[in-house]
Design a protein around this ligand. Structure first.
Ligand SMILES: [Zn+2]
Length: 468
């Protein structure tokens, strides 16, 4: 039996979180100074690297002081055709769309645009409900809670420094997630394989773990997270699923042990790190575009299915920019090529997002159900029932286009259309908008358990491979 060692206490005991923040700030300052020294040295030795000749605006942390999160109901279809409200708020008032569906629009508005945006809405007889009065304080509280919960309350520090620092009391950076994956590979050399399936525009590795006792014959399940950078609960859930699988592998039931699992906790590492260091609400990847000030492609609009259709943008500055061509992005290509080679026996494609508490299945790119929709509905409804029993959280099982609107280029649709995968689900984890993407760390464990419940239910529906 394999246990993940208790998380190493990163911060010394007895030190207050505030003084730690101060220490961290000092460390950051020191690092910046050091970088400056290195840069000056480099410039005197050679030419000054072009990225250091001017301050890079993309690296100044984005703040959301007194920015508000609004929910706008009652946008009529007629109005949406005449004045697409989300688009208008985005373009005229710098709004940042969090969620848009047939019932409501969630959008954040910066402090200095609140008045203007509000009068624009009242001119159209719309009255926003305020979900948050200060997004920056939500972000600050999320950070503080994570630091506190992962540094206090441990009985003891772990003895061996080499032990994993993984836990689910806080969100982790990419390196912690990758070392957790390496640790699992090391502990289970016979059944685990770690792949690097490509690199991002910023040079980070794209990593996938395979767990299998019989790769040739087993039916396969793919699980990914972190396609959208700011949906931090997604990689947290996928790493938890990995932990659930491996913490007691020997005693897993046949319908779990008899499958081959492909697990990719972070499909968009550049975006994820950017959302941790610079802009908490970043969604896309970080590839440069023809419009220098607007980088990034929405990877979940970049897959080669319905790419040229509804629900994505041709504007590089938009959060739903689909890219210059289908699979134009390294992340998309790496995953598509990896899976295309392994489509034999690939029974399930599960992709974790947030937020909304939904389990949805194809199609998203057109207003049509797949022909086996009743099977997909039955399995997702069962998962939702089990979640309700386990944690008391209500998830909705439905067809994607009905509850999230039509959108092309999604990885879920692509896996069904291009590879013929049967159990294709997008899971929108917690919550329903109270915190949105900025879900406080105290909710990670239960939310991750909900994700695991979906995985268990789907594995059961697939059943053991014929070979046993
Ligand atoms: Zn998402």
């Amino acid at each position: 039996m394999f246990r993940i060692a208790e998380a190493e206490t990163k911060l010394a005991h007895g030190q207050s979180a505030d003084s730690n923040n101060a220490t961290m700030a000092q460390t950051t300052l020191l690092l910046q100074l050091l970088l400056l020294v290195v840069a000056v040295a480099a410039s005197s030795a050679n030419q000054l690297p072009s990225n250091l000749t001017q301050l890079d605006a993309n690296k100044i942390p984005q703040r959301y002081d007194e920015a508000q999160l609004w929910r706008i109901y009652n946008i009529s279809e007629a109005m949406q055709q005449r004045v697409p409200v989300g688009q208008m708020l985005e373009q005229k008032f710098g709004g940042n769309i969090w969620k848009e569906n047939s019932k409501f629009l969630d959008i954040s508005i910066a402090r200095d645009q609140l008045k203007a945006a509000r009068s624009f809405l009242s001119a159209h007889r719309l009255d926003p409900q305020i979900l948050s009065h200060n997004i920056q304080s939500m972000i600050d509280e999320e950070l503080l809670e994570g630091i506190q919960s992962s540094s206090f309350g441990h009985g003891r520090r772990t003895k061996k420094a080499a032990r994993s620092s993984m836990h689910w009391k806080d969100y982790h950076d990419l390196e912690t997630i990758y070392s957790f994956m390496r640790e699992i590979r090391t502990k289970f050399p016979n059944i685990v394989r770690l792949y690097t399936i490509g690199q991002t525009a910023e040079g980070r590795d794209l990593k996938v773990l395979r767990i299998s006792e019989n790769p040739r014959e087993n039916k396969k399940v793919w699980i990914d997270g972190g396609i959208h950078a700011r949906e931090w609960i997604s990689p947290a859930t996928v790493t938890f699923i990995l932990y659930q699988l491996m913490s007691d592998w020997e005693n897993q039931p046949a319908h779990i042990r008899g499958l081959t699992w492909y697990i990719m906790p972070v499909m968009n590492p550049d975006g994820y790190e950017y959302s941790r260091t610079t802009n908490r609400l970043w969604r896309k990847n970080r590839s440069p575009s023809r419009r220098a000030q607007c980088s990034g492609v929405d990877l979940n609009r970049n897959f080669d299915i319905g790419w040229n259709g509804y629900g994505s943008s041709t504007n590089p500055c938009s959060d739903t920019y689909r890219g210059s061509a289908p699979a134009s992005e390294r992340e998309t290509r790496a995953v598509a090529e990896f899976l295309a080679k392994r489509k034999y026996n690939l029974e399930s494609y599960l992709t974790f997002h947030s937020y909304g508490q939904m389990i949805v299945y194809p199609w998203a790119y057109k207003a049509v159900k797949v022909k086996d929709a009743s099977v997909l509905q039955r399995v997702s409804s069962l998962a939702a029932e089990r979640i309700l029993q386990k944690t008391g959280t209500a998830y909705r099982a439905a067809v994607t286009h009905e509850v999230l609107g039509i959108a092309g280029g999604g990885s879920d649709d692509w896996s069904r259309a291009a590879l013929g995968v049967k159990y294709v689900y997008t899971i929108e984890l917690r919550d329903r908008g109270a915190y949105g993407f900025v879900l406080p760390p105290r909710f990670i464990k239960d939310t991750a358990l909900e994700g695991w419940t979906v995985v268990e239910t789907v594995a059961q529906a697939i059943g053991p491979s014929s070979s046993g």
